[in-house]
Design a protein. Structure first.
Lengths: 249, 249
DNA sequence: CTCCTACAATATGTATACAATGGTGATTAA
DNA sequence: TTAATCACCATTGTATACATATTGTAGGAG
């Protein structure tokens, strides 16, 4: 049930509860745990709405609540988890409004970045991207949905990094992560995210150095993804009685 | 020596170490403290490089280290403070590269938002913006540098909020905060940020509903700000010895 | 006189104990 | 049998104690 990647060593470490105050690996350990949770969310192994109890995470990762809280806060700032004041943490269930905002933001930023990417891309970058697209296509073909989703997000993020603007690249990374959540909530079962050949076509345009064509294609690409969703308010979680009954006092 | 606002009661409260576990105001208290520190940084009362010792903040705000650490982490994620592993927190000193990235991001996002803002702006929004611009001009005239900087950042952020895209608005807010730091490091003494009449001109274009003109003007506006800076590597704080001496082991 | 070493002070990293709150289930009365 | 109230449990919020690392300084030896 639980992913058994680095969870197995937790069993044998259980015996020594000595606090490893030494920071030497502490920071890296936190980073690893953060990435584990983040990946699990992006790969939709943790679906929106799933609760993330601090105690459970404490046991799973063999870390103190302090560390977990730090990580959860970071995830909350990135909008991947929602921290309800007395209820704890849960995987964020994006609202329809947030979903639209995220895709509008991606339209603006990712498309706007394409010309610069086309200008700066190197042969090495191209081959790296091609390999990623290849792996993504294989994952799609073999039905590895989780892997495909993660690879797609990574592809878009890597693309943004090629622009050389770290700030915008980090922003795109966040948007892509949130997009995974949006797909999980508003996506249909069969269609998941990017078409298999789209990314390859995009690489073609970038290789040709045609920034404008790449921008137009990215625009189309994102529109297609958004169109494949059914972004309607579900209103299942927070019925918002005030709005329904119109009495606000 | 120490400010005597709420420190005095601490003396007599020393006797009762009862932790006020009641969260009722806890969250708001954190929010207030966060905003206090954030504002102090944006208004350049805390200059880049200034150290933020946890103990000192603990005393000043009469809060435990746990709460302070939470706030500092949030500020760190927004890139306003830098958390060095064993050295503690300090106000971020943006690198030249970061400065360029931030302004490039603002160019893309803020300009891209203008058409939508022009489409959605209401008369009430206009009057609010006019008032902000008025106050900013007054602050500039009377030499209240801190206030002017804060108002300018708030103006740009408010503008982005009018687009209706909360995600992009929050991003612009972060970029504006970081811009204040950039101005503090790379700005010249006399010239600080936006020209006094620029914002009024921008409001004119938006009132006319001319999104394209507003976009072009914003583009010019931001270019002017960036041009007034001298963005060169100072390399004073973190000399990056590895890169300088090339020996990494 | 200079350099190396050791110690102390300062400040952060981590963990745990305690408090408070919200939900759930049980018990009782109508 | 159903509904309401109360109590307990699960879970988080907060604070503090302890461990660790870094820095600066002083003292002694060469």
């Amino acid at each position: 049930m639980e992913q058994d990647k680095n969870l197995v060593d937790e069993a044998e470490n259980k015996a020594r509860p000595r606090r490893m105050g030494k920071n030497g690996d502490g920071a890296e350990r936190h980073e690893v745990i953060y990435r584990s949770i983040s990946d699990a969310i992006i790969e939709q192994q943790l679906r929106p709405g799933a609760r993330l109890r601090e105690d459970a995470l404490t046991e799973v990762f063999n870390i103190s609540r302090t560390g977990i809280r730090k990580i959860l806060q970071r995830l909350a700032l990135e909008q991947l988890v929602t921290l309800t004041p007395r209820r704890g943490a849960s995987v964020t269930r994006p609202t329809a409004s947030e979903a639209r905002d995220v895709f509008a933001a991606r339209q603006m930023v990712e498309c706007g970045l394409m010309p610069e990417v086309a200008r700066r891309i190197t042969a090495q970058d191209v081959s790296e991207l091609r390999e990623m697209a290849q792996r993504e296509r294989e994952a799609l073909k073999t039905g590895e949905q989780s892997t495909a989703i993660k690879l797609s997000a990574t592809f878009h993020e890597r693309l943004a990094q090629l622009s050389g603007n770290a700030t915008l690249a980090a922003f795109v990374g966040q948007l892509c992560s949130r997009s995974s959540l949006i797909l999980a909530v508003y996506g249909s079962a069969g269609h998941l995210g990017c078409e298999s050949h789209d990314h390859d076509d995009l690489i073609d345009y970038l290789t040709e150095g045609d920034g404008e064509k790449a921008r137009a294609f990215m625009n189309h690409h994102l529109e297609e993804i958004e169109a494949s969703l059914s972004i309607i308010e579900e209103e299942a979680v927070a019925p918002d009685l005030h709005q329904i009954f119109g009495m606000n006092s």
